[in-house]
Design a protein around this ligand. Structure first.
Ligand code: 5GP
Length: 211
């Protein structure tokens, strides 16, 4: 059985990174799509783990080579999802989480309508601003740009199937896990397993009926 593609979006500072890390630690058979980006590496980030950090020229080459399932300009930098990585995980029967912005989410939904999409909302603008400021990973102008962009981003929540309000990390993590598990249990996603069970009933039917 192939895995599910789980799109997760939120404004910067919405806490999606923390929630995704918690889910990856606790749920089996869930992978994470490591994106390519042209933004500068932050302290504490690792090449190939958080992102593949590339130059704008390298990013352009990757676009030409058809490496991306989707890509977009977000907060003045390029970000893109590797098509190969996604394919590999899905075909191995693993779910894969795509932590991408609202533009990327829209283009993945167009290409793969069965993708599951989740929007993480902070409990308020004040909390979002406080989290971003406390994180202190951006310069003043970058932080201002991210806050400014958050207005347009939260307004696109209705494009998503699920919304998780991240007011408490443990609760929001549990909600995200629940979504991923419930999606696995959908009848259409279990057709092979179900068919095997039904076959066993068919095989035993004659015996039980004494035929
Ligand atoms: P950050 O610079 O804070 O890591 O990410 C900034 C924004 O870019 C976030 O909204 C994040 O979800 C988004 N992003 C990360 N990777 C991708 C990607 O591959 N494609 C798109 N469209 N957005 C991405």
């Amino acid at each position: 059985m192939t895995g599910n593609l789980i799109i997760i979006s939120s404004p910067s500072g919405g806490g999606k990174g923390t929630l995704i890390k918690a889910v990856l630690k606790t749920l089996p058979k869930v992978g994470y799509s490591v994106s390519y980006t042209t933004r500068a590496m932050r302290g504490g980030e690792t090449q190939g783990k958080d992102y593949f950090f590339v130059s704008p020229a390298e990013f352009e080459t990757l676009i030409k080579q058809g490496e991306f399932l989707e890509y977009a300009t977000v907060h003045d930098n390029f970000y893109g999802t590797s098509l190969n990585q996604v394919k590999k995980e899905i075909e191995a029967g693993h779910d894969i989480i795509l932590e991408i912005d609202v533009q990327g989410a829209a283009s993945v939904r167009t290409k793969i309508p069965e993708a599951v999409s989740v929007f993480i909302l902070p409990p308020s603008f004040e909390v979002l601003a406080a989290r971003l400021t406390a994180r202190a990973t951006e310069k003043k102008e970058e932080l201002a740009l991210r806050l400014k962009n958050s207005f347009g981003e939260v307004n696109r929540f209705s494009e998503f199937e699920y919304v998780v309000v991240n007011d408490a990390v443990e609760k929001a993590t549990a909600h995200l896990q629940t979504i991923i598990l419930a999606e696995r249990l959908k009848r259409v996603r279990q057709s092979r397993v179900i068919q095997g069970i039904l076959d066993s009933f068919d095989e035993s039917k004659n015996q039980v009926n004494g035929e």
